[in-house]
Each structure stands twice: as structure tokens, then as C-alpha cells.
Design a protein around this ligand. Sequence first.
Ligand code: COA
Length: 425
Amino acid sequence: MLMLEGDAIADDNFAHIVQDIALLNSLGVRLVIVHGARPQIDQVLNVLNIKSQFHGDLRITDQPALNAVRAAIGIVKSDIEARLSIGLPNTPMHGARIRVVSGNFVTAKPKGVIDGIDFQHTGEVRRIDRRAIGQQLDQGNIVLLSSCGYSPSGEMFNLAAEDVATQAAISLMAEKLILMGEDEGLPASANASKVSDSKVSDSKVSDSEIISQITSDELSQLIPSLSGEHKMHAQSSLTAVKAGINRAHLLSHKVDGALLQELFTHEGAGTLITAGDYEQLRQANIEDVGGILELLTPLEEQGILVRRSRELLETEISRFNVIERDGMIIACAALYPSSTELAELACVAVSSEYRSGQRGDRLLNALSAQAKAENINKIFVLTTRTAHWFMERGFSEADISALPKERQSLYNFQRNSKIFIKELN
Ligand SMILES: CC(C)(COP(=O)(O)OP(=O)(O)OC[C@H]1O[C@@H](n2cnc3c(N)ncnc32)[C@H](O)[C@@H]1OP(=O)(O)O)[C@@H](O)C(=O)NCCC(=O)NCCS
């Protein structure tokens, strides 16, 4: 489920978004696109010299405004259909044929009278025709939904595109809800005040200072401090994720390749919202030593990790982050600052029953964010059997001379570990 704000269609980058949509369609991804038309509605109202009434953020759609909505949505919808019909010359998707289908898939109801104000033709989603949309997707068609719907009495209602996208995602039990707006995601600054000093937040901060991943529980704490588009998109994502959609993504329609980067790379290009879960990523404390030992011992016995005694772990426990699930430590990783700008990542381990669930990624991202917060701009790791895992996450092989002198003198030549370094900026 992909929502594009009305601004996206007017943006220069829309041509690239169309290519990405074509690629996803050719890969067999089932796509429903919901488009908004806010700026286009404003333009039509301007041309008609009609002043729109608002109550709070919400437009009151009276009959003249509804005519403007109808005209604007018609323009945007036909514009998208036309753009998706271009044969994509001079692109790898040359000759791709995209079929787009739209129709009366959204049933709407009036928003009604709130605080004594009658919102008239401003409405809400009442029902989504899941079966009809499903049939179109089964045939490989892209379904295009507009920010409007019709009531069983035959009236048209102006809807928020976010509402249509969220309700359609829930009704179709979509794999993902992707909301594309002006900004790249939620700003990390919004999260800063929420992160307590004693605890490493579960949310991740990307290089461009946006929150790259956040759980629904953290997001609900953050929402009161957000405003405008951030708030609207965050609210929709929360509703969707709480209703069982696995993932919601907030991306910018201005960034070339954002859609593919978010879907197909570890770093992503925006903010990913996942269901709040019963797993907690947090800084370790002395009570966790037993759990960490249980996790590390088998790996030490296999020679994958260097042995650490209980006493050493106790002294170094504050360097560890752990993932706890149902009271058990199922993953850990530690960060040892090695010089003012370099830190060593160590003891990265995920319990064998819980591997391939991106827990290694979550730990790596949390510790990278922590390192950056301490002005450390490079992290390194010594590994014998996990080289590719680190390489796939942006680490490059380095020589022993890249390590600080004290660390070089501790290097175990018999163990012959490979050294990998990652620049954090
Ligand atoms: C490496 C490790 C921490 C990854 O944790 P995880 O939560 O399973 O990792 P993610 O879910 O983020 O990533 C899973 C991917 O890593 C790959 N992977 C796992 N171990 C790997 C290895 N040794 N080499 C290369 N890739 C590896 C998986 O195949 C999977 O790839 P896929 O998604 O393409 O199938 C975990 O496998 C582990 O604890 N290994 C043993 C300890 C270890 O080697 N630690 C590093 C010491 S320096």
C-alpha cells in the first residue's frame, strides 16, 4: 500500500517514482496506490476564487468546495494514469506495460457534526471493497485509489488520503503501508527528549538524522511532540501497525530511489515503524551477566568468540546492549571505545533459535547510534567467521595498522582474525 501526497505528483522526482513502481510491478509486487490532492484542490479553489473553510486542520467541504475537490481529484488521477502509461524510454524498464485500475472501491460516510460544526462533504472511510481490489491485484494490475469515496446514497465525500491508505491497508491486510510525503521520515530531534540517559532507546537514528526504525510503543509516546505531516503520517502508521500491518514506512517523495532503498537495503531511506513487541533492546546491567554468559559460552566453545570470564563481563557490563525476550537474554553486543574517534564492536551474538530476525541489525544500529552520540566516527570488529555479515553492513576489510597502537599489541596472530572497519558518517 503506497500513499503519495498530491505534492508528489508535481515533484520532479515523480518520474523516478514511476520507474520504481514499474519495477515493483514487474517483480510481481501487488501494489495499491492511494493519491492525495491537497495542493491541487487549493489551486482549483483559488482559480474559482472560493475560500475554503477549516476547523482545526480539517477542511469543511461545502458544495462549492466539493466541486473543486472533484475537479482536482480528476486532474491528479488522470495525471497519474498518464504518467504510468509512459513506455519508460531510456530506462531499464523500457517497454514495461503497467495496467492501472481505479473505481468505486471506497465507501465513505460523512464526518458529521463535530463541536457544532457540520463538515458536510468531508468524510471518513466506511468500507473498502477488498474483494474487488484483490481481484484486480490477482490479475497483475495496480489499483489506484483517490482521496474520495462514495456513500450508498450516491454522494461523494472528500477524504484524507492517509485515512484511505490506512483503512485500505488494514482491510487488505497489506504487507506494508508506505506513506510518501515531503520529509524523509521522522526527525531524530523529536526522539532526543524521549531517550533516557540510562537506557539506549530501541529506535535507531540514521546518518541523515532521521529515526530509521521505531516500534509502535515508542511512536505513540512521540506523537504528542510531532506536528503537521509528521503527526498525520505517524498517527496513520500507528493505527495500521496496531491493526496488524507488519510494517509502515515514512519516506520522502523528493528523494530519488527512496522507495527501492527502503524496501531493499538494510539502512533504508526513511522511518520504519514496526509493531511494539515483547522484546526489548536495552543497555545491560549486572543482572544480565548470567544470561549473556549462557549466550556466549557455546560460541566461545566453537571458537567463534574469544572467551570472557564472568569477572571480566561483570566489570564490562555497561558496554553491553542486550535484547531481552520473556525475561531471557537472546542477543547481545558490546562497544569498547578504543580511541577518541574509534570504537571496537565485540561479542555480537544472537541466540541460535532467534537468528535471521534482524536482531543482529538492531544491535548494530543501536550501538552505531550510541557511538555517534559519543562523537566516535568509526567502529571496527575482529572476526574469524562472520566477515560477510559485516561486509554486507558497510564494513570494509582493513589492515592491523588501522587499529590504535594499544589494540595492535593485543592482536592475537594465532587466531588470525580479520579486521573490518565502518565509517559512521
Ligand atoms: C552474526 C549474527 C550476530 C547475526 O544475527 P542475526 O540476528 O541472525 O542477523 P540478521 O537477522 O540481522 O541477519 C541475518 C543474515 O545474516 C546472515 N548471516 C548469519 N551469519 C552469517 C555469517 N557468519 N556470515 C555471513 N552471513 C551471515 C544470514 O544468512 C542472514 O542473511 P539473509 O537475510 O540473506 O538470509 C548471528 O548469526 C550470530 O550470533 N552468529 C554467531 C556469532 C557471531 O558470529 N558473531 C560475530 C562475531 S564477530
